[in-house]
Design a binder for this molecule. Structure first.
Ligand SMILES: *Cc1c(COP(=O)(O)O)cnc(C)c1O
Length: 455
């Protein structure tokens, strides 16, 4: 059998309103061509993010009911702690309200101005939390990641040679912690190989630098190792994941991804002295260490989510949906970034709309057309989000266990229709923007017909 089944049945449904194209044209104009300003109820298929947008299982909803809401010593905490210790092997387990809280607390305990944190690539909030403390967030992206159409695996890897050379130049005490992000979100959710994890760990260890994983998508990274590395093909996924965690000294996890919950995060490590400092900051900002900014029911749902996420059938289905989307978009002439990951499919907007120069925001223009065509919300990752940048991408994120095959087919057909009239698609110009993080609030307007390019 070639068909890969969704390994679940749907027990509760959330109806959405079917909108017309005329209606969406009006909604888009009223949102100033910024999809962040479109109301969610006016979106049919929302592929804005895979963060906190997943569907919980019946067991997770049951856990919501049985969660223990005690302020101190909640049973749900001890249950979560046991599950996380079993998964990661780390001694100290701190719940937090989401990933960036773990970043703020950890870096708050470790970083002083002038120091630096190396990583394969810092996620936006990770970078912001490092820089906020006056430290430098330094990326060592693998060379292979630059070519969007190249199928080389492990594009998420850290460039170990460049890191080693850079570390040689750093004065003593400049690098208090080294990181590795699995999967590498900033380069399209590409995975990191077990060999790279091992080499990075050895390098940090040889310099006496503690090694922390940013492991928001640990299950998806473990899946790729299982799928692509013959040495791990026969090893149960739970052991693959444990082997990744074993190579590091701790991790930060945004549980809104592979935790299969809508809110939550974790900070885990072995170092007793560091854990004591973290506990103080946790109490200051998040809450008592046995709930860390979450309700007892959230802890219980997270514990159950972590039990479910390494299920082979689930990850097989997740791979199948992402690969299906990527493959069928390509068949309709959509230039897809390769290899396609698990959490999202990225489209190269500069290749799709070669007549729209980067300063006219081809990624945003393409995302707006997709919304007009099918009520599908994607997100621009490019010039609007970052200012000047090497690529203009449209990211189609896949919420976990939410959309069915016909929803994906709708996305494919909508994108195909957009590609058929791509030559007539005009770029956008910014008419109003904030000084920071402009993508979230900027107001845009289509370029006038026949306007010269390169304005
Ligand atoms: C989402 C994410 C974060 C931040 O987590 P939040 O829960 O959004 O605060 C950090 N790192 C990576 C790799 C992420 O994907």
């Amino acid at each position: 059998m070639k068909t890969v089944l969704e390994p679940f049945r749907i027990k509760a449904v959330e109806p959405f309103r079917i909108t017309s194209e005329a209606e969406r044209r009006d909604l888009l104009a009223r949102a100033h061509h910024n999809l962040f300003l479109v109301k969610a109820e006016d979106v049919m298929i929302d592929l804005l993010t895979d963060s906190g947008t997943g569907a919980m299982s019946t067991e997770q909803w049951a856990a919501i009911m049985t969660g223990d809401e005690s302020y101190a010593g909640s049973r749900s905490f001890f249950e979560l702690e046991a599950v996380v210790r079993d998964l990661t092997g780390y001694r100290h387990v701190f719940p937090v309200h989401q990933g960036r809280a773990a970043e703020r607390i950890l870096f708050g305990c470790m970083l002083t101005p002038g120091q630096a944190v190396p990583n394969n690539a810092h996620f936006d909030t990770t970078r912001a939390n490092v820089e906020y403390l006056g430290a430098e967030a330094k990326d060592f992206v693998a060379e292979a990641a630059a070519d969007l159409r190249d199928d080389t695996p492990w594009k998420g890897n850290l460039d170990v040679e460049r890191l080693a050379a850079w570390l040689d130049e750093q004065p003593a005490g400049r690098v208090p912690v080294g990181m590795l992000t699995i999967t590498n979100n900033r380069v399209g959710g590409q995975p990191v190989s077990m060999q790279n994890l091992r080499e990075v760990g050895e390098l940090y260890r040889s310099r006496g630098i503690p090694f922390l994983l940013d492991a928001a998508r640990f299950a998806e990274n473990a899946w790729w190792i299982h799928r692509l590395d013959p040495a791990w093909r026969e090893v149960p996924l739970r052991r693959v994941a444990r082997a990744m965690f074993d190579l590091a000294d701790g991790c930060m996890i945004s549980a809104k991804k592979d935790g299969l919950v809508n809110i939550g995060g974790l900070l885990c490590l072995n170092d007793d002295a560091l854990a004591a400092k973290i506990k103080d900051l946790l109490i200051l900002g998040e809450g008592f260490p046995t709930y860390g900014g979450l309700a007892g029911r959230d802890l219980a749902a997270l514990a159950q989510g972590l039990r479910e996420v390494l299920d082979e059938d689930y990850l097989q289905y997740r791979e199948a949906s992402a690969q299906y989307l990527a493959e069928h978009l390509e068949r309709r002439g959509v230039p897809v970034v390769r290899p396609a990951g698990l959490h999202a499919v990225y489209v190269d907007a500069r290749a799709a709309l070669p007549h729209v120069p980067p300063e006219q925001l081809p990624g945003q223009a393409l995302a707006c057309e997709l919304y007009l065509q099918g009520g599908v919300r994607a997100v621009e990752i490019g010039t609007l989000m970052f200012g000047e940048t090497d690529h203009d991408l449209v990211r189609l994120c896949l919420p976990r266990r939410v959309y069915t095959q016909s929803h994906i087919d709708w996305v494919i057909e909508s994108f195909g229709e957009v590609m058929r009239r791509k030559d007539g698609i005009r770029g956008l110009r910014i008419v109003e923007q904030a000084p920071v993080l402009r993508a979230f609030t900027a107001r845009l307007r289509p370029m006038a017909a026949g306007a010269a390019t390169g304005v």
